[in-house]
Design a protein around this ligand. Structure first.
Ligand code: SF4
Ligand code: SF4
Length: 369
């Protein structure tokens, strides 16, 4: 059965301004959420790594906070620590980055709480019957929240191909242990013969798993590797790569099973908001925001994360390509822009598996508000 996906195409006017359009979107998509007075509601967001500018702008989220409060909920912005040792690897630096990026409780009306504690060890174990995952490790305060609204910046992703609702929930809500659990087996394959010693991979490896060896050949320490995938796209000679189809498919499946575990912690439906703005080629973890692949498209909202992601992918792919960008020259509207910049990812980018395990439907009805 097709799921409803509500869509605001960014048009606004004096009598129907941006806040009013956002509220209309929320009123349509939020029917039946069943929020009760005092529900502690996690707004799962990505605050953006230092140096990134493509994350969802906080001011766009003020009407979301206001609307949730009107339903009686008590919303808070949240995310979990990263595996790598950047600015979001522990709660102190993570909170500061959130503040630097404009997530100000006084301005937005909701505090920032890092969901897995000071050092990323605060987690809840959730049992599921997945093909890969039997015990999922979820950031404790996301698991404990009474309700969940995912705030998703739609963009490409180095390993998953595409990042939207399912990735933000599945990977983003996992504790460090849960993230490691999903990344396992995706460490790189190194073909030393192809290495030209440029050092680009070591520069992006936050785990310091890559170091320059004798004769300017890179050395890989798999013990330190967390399988983040940053080096795959940094290496222009294909000296670093992975067993693409097998490992990426298994990685995507684990991520979808984690998304299922997170949603299973909620007795009420979750709401997913996909911001199809600044559709850059990489994740907001990467430390910079490259030029967008298409013009800004709008905001999608649905209680079905699979439908929300499928609709977002379809809208991006149908859009006019933008250059200068990482897109290959000559790509036409309709071609898969995410696969054009991340060609190692399976065609469906994990959405077929998400549908298969009951996370939602790839069929959707797009309803403009
Ligand atoms: S996947 Fe690459 S960048 Fe990531 S930790 Fe491993 S070696 Fe470093
Ligand atoms: S990016 Fe590739 S070529 Fe450059 S040092 Fe790393 S492995 Fe070698």
């Amino acid at each position: 059965m097709a799921s409803n996906v509500y869509f605001w195409n960014l048009r606004a006017g004096l009598k129907n301004n941006n806040e009013a359009r956002m509220r209309k979107l929320l009123a349509a998509a939020g029917k039946g959420l069943g929020l009760a007075a005092g529900d502690l509601t996690a707004l799962k967001v990505h605050f953006g790594e230092q140096g990134v500018t493509g994350f969802v702008r906080p001011l766009l989220l003020k009407p979301v906070v206001t609307w949730l409060k009107e339903q009686g909920a008590k919303p808070f912005f949240t995310d979990a620590s990263t595996l790598y040792v950047g600015q979001r690897g522990e709660a102190v630096s993570h909170s500061l980055v959130a503040a630097e990026h404009g997530f100000d409780p006084l301005l937005l009306g909701a505090p920032v709480l890092i969901a897995d504690g000071l050092k990323g060890a605060s987690q809840e174990m959730v049992r599921i019957r997945g093909k890969h995952v039997k015990k999922a490790f979820i950031a404790a305060d996301i698991a404990a929240a009474d309700a969940l609204v995912s705030i998703n910046h739609v963009k490409g992703h180095e390993m998953a191909g595409y990042g939207g609702a399912l990735k933000n929930i599945g990977m983003g809500s996992a504790s460090k242990q849960g993230k490691m659990h999903q990344h396992i087996t995706t460490g790189p394959r190194l073909d030393v013969e192809k290495c030209v010693g440029c050092g680009a991979c070591a520069a992006v490896c936050a785990s310091k798993a890559l170091t320059m060896g004798p004769k300017r050949k890179i050395r890989l320490n798999l013990e330190k590797c967390v399988g983040c995938g940053m080096c795959f796209s940094a290496c222009k000679t294909s000296a670093l790569g992975i067993n693409w189809q097998t490992d990426i498919q298994a990685f995507l499946e684990r991520m979808m099973e984690y998304a299922k575990a997170v949603i299973a912690t909620k007795p009420k439906p979750c709401l997913h908001l996909n911001f199809v703005l600044n559709v850059c080629p990489d994740c907001d973890c990467i430390g910079f925001t490259d030029a967008p692949l298409c013009p800004d498209i709008g905001v999608l909202a649905s209680q079905d994360p699979v439908a929300c992601d499928q609709a977002s992918v379809d809208l991006v792919n149908a859009a006019v390509p933008l250059w200068p960008s990482r897109l290959p020259k000559g790509i036409k509207p309709g071609a898969n822009k995410f696969l054009a910049v991340h060609p190692h990812v399976p065609q469906d980018m994990g959405l077929a598996y998400a549908e298969k395990i009951g996370l939602g439907s790839r069929k959707y009805k797009l309803i403009e508000v």
